[in-house]
Ligand binder design. Structure first.
Ligand code: PXG
Length: 289
């Protein structure tokens, strides 16, 4: 496998970062997870824009332009002769001293891995997920800005552990006020009386690329859409629920905290979004060559 490291492609065996890298020592860095389908990278420009926004928000100045990073990403996929898969693009503060001070890290590091992806088992897409509400809260924007896709995922990992220990596949994370923020690695949507709902970004959700695509598709499909604060009550009383993310795509949720949602089966609107999403990813995107 070929890996992009800083300014060039290297063999996997040579793709190494320093133990003094602040991405490792402090989670000081940002990342993206990107999918490509059918020889095209889906929403590449949006992912790279979000990467640069995340970097800007943490005062991490990148010595590359957005166009360059797009090109490096395409080159990495092409070098591995893949047509369908997953890209992990990571930027860190780089190597520095054993202290928090990021100004002592002279050069950011970047690596890009293009590989295949382990998906949720097909049965979950057919039967839907049973999820729980976890006790781990999404940090307030005053602590760690939720829009920054940072290398600090411990909060989400602790939530994921709660889900796994409860035999659930995902966990709903509430914000400090008790409103629904999102799941550990996916955004959440509801259908109620023919209207699509999702939590506000300000309630602690990541501004998901897949989330934006679903909002666009609601317009194409003529489905009314409302972005507002949601509680567990709204999930319990919804007709349908589904999660969205680059990795998970669109996946139905049929129960929350062992209570069935709607009929307890993936619903018709969820199927429409799943179909429309698949059609879009298979037919659009930045060509790899
Ligand atoms: N919320 C969070 C907290 C995320 O990490 C999403 C929502 C969905 O965003 P996109 O832009 O992908 O629609 C993410 C996605 C995984 C995994 O294994 C997911 C993410 C990062 C790392 C791993 O599911 N991010």
């Amino acid at each position: 496998m070929k890996i992009w490291l800083d300014d060039k492609l290297v063999d996997e065996a040579d793709a190494k970062v320093s133990v003094f890298d602040h991405g490792l020592l402090y989670g000081d860095g940002v990342f993206e997870g990107i999918r490509f389908y059918n020889g095209r990278i889906f929403r590449l420009d949006e992912h790279i824009r979000r990467l640069f926004d995340s970097s800007r928000a943490i005062l991490l100045d990148l010595p590359w332009s957005q166009e360059q990073v797009c090109r490096f990403t395409c080159e990495t996929v092409a070098a591995n002769a893949l047509s369908d898969g997953y890209i992990r693009l990571v930027v860190t503060r780089g190597a520095g001293g054993l202290g928090l001070n990021p100004y002592l890290c002279p050069k950011p590091s970047m690596f890009i891995i293009a590989s295949t992806i382990q998906l949720y088992p097909e049965e979950h897409y057919q039967n839907g997920l049973a999820i729980i509400t976890c006790a781990t809260r999404r940090p307030s924007p005053a602590a760690l800005m939720p829009q920054v896709k940072s290398l600090n995922y411990l909060n989400n990992i602790m939530a994921k552990i709660e889900a796994i220990q409860a035999n659930a596949q995902e966990a709903v994370m509430l914000n400090e006020q008790g409103y629904v923020a999102e799941c550990t690695g996916d955004n959440l949507f509801l259908m109620k009386n023919g209207t699509l709902f999702t939590p506000l970004i300000g309630d602690g959700a990541l501004d998901g690329i897949t989330r934006s695509v679903i909002i666009e598709l609601s317009r194409t499909l003529g489905i009314p859409f409302v972005e507002r604060s949601l509680t567990r009550y709204d999930i319990f009383t919804s007709d349908e629920c589904f999660l969205t993310g680059t990795a998970a795509e669109v996946i139905p949720v049929v129960a929350l905290d062992r209570r069935p949602i709607g009929t307890g089966q993936p619903g018709p609107f969820t199927h429409r979004f799943m179909d429309a999403y698949h059609q879009l990813v298979m037919s659009t995107g930045t060509p790899i060559q």
